[in-house]
Design a binder for this molecule. Structure first.
Ligand code: SF4
Ligand code: SF4
Length: 68
């Protein structure tokens, strides 16, 4: 099973990753703030991840790591 790690401190909440996930499991966590004041992205249901790494590829801040 794939594992997605969001490096929350690097995230600026731009939402790009949320637009490319084919399973629609990457969302902005509006209940959380990182130290820069941004709402970081998060994965809602890791079991649905297919490990495509589209989210990691599109992130301009290299804030997502996908392991298969
Ligand atoms: S690796 Fe693919 S399926 Fe998994 S969270 Fe990222 S975009 Fe979605
Ligand atoms: S693309 Fe990167 S910086 Fe933008 S919301 Fe997603 S994880 Fe955060």
């Amino acid at each position: 099973m794939a594992k997605v790690t969001i490096l929350e401190e690097r995230c600026k909440g731009c939402k790009l990753c949320t637009t490319v996930c084919p399973r629609k499991i990457v969302v902005i966590n509006s209940g959380k703030l990182n130290s820069k004041g941004f709402h970081p992205a998060g994965v809602t249901d890791m079991d649905k991840c297919i490990g495509c790494a589209f989210c990691a590829t599109i992130c301009p801040d290299c804030a997502i790591v996908v392991e298969k």
